[in-house]
Design a protein around this ligand. Structure first.
Ligand code: SAH
Ligand code: SF4
Length: 390
């Protein structure tokens, strides 16, 4: 491997086929290679036993399957696991695995920091460092899936069985402000030769980047979650600054257009419940007025959207507080009585700060990050690249 080696985690299947062609190999070789990487979690070309020796040799000099160094791993009492990955220059991003009875969800980051700067979000307060590459987005899934397969107590289960059934782009960053890296990552998640997730089990969450919502609907129409948080422009302008660029009327029209490509789908509206800011019954009624005026008229269906009320996860710098349980209950009741499907998000991984908006990945000081990594390596406690067993 050379320092200019290409990281194969950068490619969806089409991209990998192009790479193989440039090596003078047939496109179908890419499918074999893709399966080794993503389905088997293999990172050593010599381990890819059914690839011709000549191809393996070529790959060894031109390519690499490069995971991200793991800075830390925390496991919550409820089974939630949070990893902090080093993405260089003192930046770190987080991914969170949330096990439930019927699914395993991985929450993935798309950027180091975020430029949108929402008032209630720790990532937003941290500012924007840079976009992640496709390889850095996929490395989170690649690592988590294969790590969990090896380490979960899987008594009686097939070690090849998938652990992660759902991916949500709800970690650090605004995925639709990193569109060109996001799309190949999503395609790989959906590809039957890789993770084979159905498009309804992959969710992109956005604060409302309208033009990119339109592109996504045409290129990879996965499930969409829209972070609403307010029923009117004046309140939303103050909470989600992107609202000044794409106000609610435009955002709601984009939601309607999104559903034209997937008419039986729904959009999830996320609504972070902030004490005394956006949680009154009157504001719930305004929210109903807002979405009612956008019901797809031809069907009149009310199941085109769902509300997910998220109890605010406080952090000191925000100066904001979580709504009381009674306020959340009352707010949801108003929506439910008007016929809108509404759920309240369970908070998970509270003891390890793994919840929405708490992902700050604050390893800004590169010296400290490197000291920390060296210490971890020395103790041999934490798996670092190349991935070793815990
Ligand atoms: N940038 C995208 C996706 C990442 S944020 C977006 O904003 O949608 C994922 C979700 O966490 C969003 O709905 C966001 O509004 C919510 N969130 C952010 N900070 C939060 C906090 N402190 N408490 C609860 N939810 C929060
Ligand atoms: Fe960025 Fe989403 Fe946080 Fe807003 S809520 S600052 S868009 S990560």
């Amino acid at each position: 491997m050379t320092s200019s080696a290409t990281n194969l985690l950068e490619f969806d299947l089409d991209g990998l086929a192009g790479f193989c062609e440039r090596l003078g190999e047939k496109r179908f070789r890419a499918t074999q290679l893709f399966r080794w990487i993503h389905q088997r979690g293999e990172s050593d070309f010599d381990g890819m036993s059914d690839l011709a020796k000549s191809l393996r040799e070529k790959l060894k000099t031109t390519a690499v399957i490069q995971a991200l160094p793991v800075l830390s791993q925390h496991e919550s009492a409820d089974g939630t696991i949070k990893w902090l990955f080093d993405v260089g220059n003192g930046d770190a991003v987080e991914a969170v695995f949330i096990p439930e009875d019927d699914r395993g969800t991985l929450c993935v980051s798309s950027q180091a920091g975020c430029a949108v700067g929402c008032r209630f979000c720790a990532t937003g307060h941290q500012g924007f460092s840079r976009n992640l590459t496709t390889a850095e987005i996929l490395a989170q899934l690649w690592f988590a899936e294969h790590f969990l397969r090896r380490h979960l107590n899987r008594s009686g289960k097939n070690a090849d069985e998938r652990v992660i059934s759902n991916v949500v782009m709800m970690g650090m960053g605004e995925p639709l402000q990193n569109y060109s890296a996001l799309v190949p990552a999503l395609r790989t998640m959906l590809d039957d030769h890789a993770y084979g997730l159905s498009r309804r089990r992959v969710t992109v969450s956005t604060s409302g980047v309208v033009p990119m919502m339109d592109r996504l609907s045409q290129e990879v129409p996965v499930a969409l979650a829209v972070s609403l948080h307010a029923p009117n422009d004046s309140l939303r302008d103050g909470l989600v600054p992107l609202n000044k660029k794409y106000p609610l009327a435009e955002l709601m029209s984009a939601c309607q257009r999104y559903l034209e490509f997937a008419p039986r789908d729904f959009i999830t509206f996320e609504y972070c419940m902030l004490d005394g800011v956006n949680d009154s019954p009157e504001q719930a009624r305004q929210l109903i007025d807002l979405v009612s005026s956008f019901v797809p008229t031809q069907s009149g269906r009310r199941d085109w959207c769902k509300f997910n009320l998220i109890p605010f996860n406080p952090f000191a710098a925000s100066g904001l507080h979580r709504s009381s349980a009674a306020a959340v209950q009352q707010f949801s009741q108003v929506l439910i009585e008007a016929g809108w499907v509404t759920t309240v998000r369970k908070t998970r991984g509270d003891d390890i700060d793994a919840a929405c908006g708490q992902l700050a990945g604050d390893v800004k000081d590169r010296t400290r990050a490197q000291d920390r990594m060296a210490a971890l390596r020395q103790n041999g406690v934490i798996p670092l690249h190349p991935v070793t067993d815990l």
